[in-house]
Design a protein around this ligand. Sequence first.
Ligand SMILES: NC(=O)c1ccc[n+]([C@@H]2O[C@H](COP(=O)([O-])OP(=O)(O)OC[C@H]3O[C@@H](n4cnc5c(N)ncnc54)[C@H](OP(=O)(O)O)[C@@H]3O)[C@@H](O)[C@H]2O)c1
Length: 417
Amino acid sequence: MSIYTKVSLFASLKMVLCMLPKVSLTPLTTSSTIQVASLMKSTQLRAFIRPSSFLRLASAVPRSPPAITPPRASIPTPTPKRNHFQSRFFASTAIMASSTPQLKLNSGYDMPQVGFGLWKVDNATCADTVYNAIKVGYRLFDGACDYGNEKEVGEGIARAIKDGLVKREDLFLVSKLWNSFHDADQVEKIARKQLADLGIDYFDLYLIHFPVALKYVAPEVRYPPGWNYEGDKVVLSNATIQETWQAMESLVEKKLARSIGISNFQGALILDLLRYAKIRPATLQIEHHPYLVQPTLLKLAEAEGIKVTAYSSFGPQSFIELGWDKAKDTPVLFEHSVITSLAEKYKKTPAQILLRWATQRGLAVIPKSNNEKRLQQNLEVTEFDMEKSELESISALDRHLRFNNPTDYLGTLHIFA
Ligand SMILES: NC(=O)c1ccc[n+]([C@@H]2O[C@H](COP(=O)([O-])OP(=O)(O)OC[C@H]3O[C@@H](n4cnc5c(N)ncnc54)[C@H](OP(=O)(O)O)[C@@H]3O)[C@@H](O)[C@H]2O)c1
């Protein structure tokens, strides 16, 4: 039986089960460790050699008008609008359409609260993984130039649209501006290249990946360019965040992006950006897990009407995959007694407890999995509630421990100093 047949059967079964009061899943705990050196190599190489054989997707008229100058947002409630059990049938295949809650962005658009992260999704399997993820109900995909797999992501999306699983406007596609394209005259050019690679006409959300501008590397020279200008040399550009943000705003004006946002920014820089922004950032994407909670940054974002997306929700797990010592030396969150006891109580997996801790507090999550079962379970993280004291007991695990820090892996660019 093919993977897709299995997924379809699972989706049909799930649809029936949804009509019953509550369903518990058998816990799945472990994840396989990937040989990341070879994975990264193949990711980089395939970004060069893959032919552009994907389909160009239809453009769509915005469903709600983009607010060019949105009013200063009031403090949002963390209770997202639910969109339960909208089941559809496509070409004789029963699909459980996404029951994921939506977060209302300050741009006027809705963003699914649970999405799929595309970092370290291998080029060889990426198109199938994306197609499969759409089939099980994912609608948001979080990508980036730097992940080196946008053509394959586009292939998976094009196939899903061609097969009638979704329309372009059902999806929420996120990508990011890499650091070496911050110069104002490079932003639109690279955004258009990324759109072409994905085979789409607009991003639902386009983020500044890191608040640091690196010297421009032409795509013909190296793509994705990575952190180094040449050899192991990291070279800064003189572009300011202000000029980069203004170029991002022009993407909205040209309808190349519906919403724009920021990633890996901290308080002072956000406050500064808000002084000159004509379009406020719709989202802030940050590393967020029980070992790195950043409560005051969350408070600032909430007060400014900026939705927060948590990345690396499983803490060290993503970086163990990369073989990093800091991650290997940190107790695995999946085995922490606070997490495992809650998993037992709610009959969920530790991964689902970690994701629910974020979603119940109003954050969006974008877990990545190369595994079909884990991919499915990571989507089912909005339909049970823990007690307030239990959420607090998870937050109390905070160690201010950041894994994705250029200081650690480059020895320079101390952006979190
Ligand atoms: N803005 C930024 O700078 C930035 C930085 C990092 C990440 N991100 C985004 O955030 C996304 C998620 O973060 P991430 O990729 O760092 O890590 P993550 O989603 O927190 O963790 C991925 C790791 O957890 C494993 N895993 C996934 N689901 C599991 C489950 N249910 N049970 C057990 N293990 C599970 C995966 O292995 P398997 O694949 O084998 O399941 C992988 O080893 C990225 O893909 C990317 O889109 C953004």
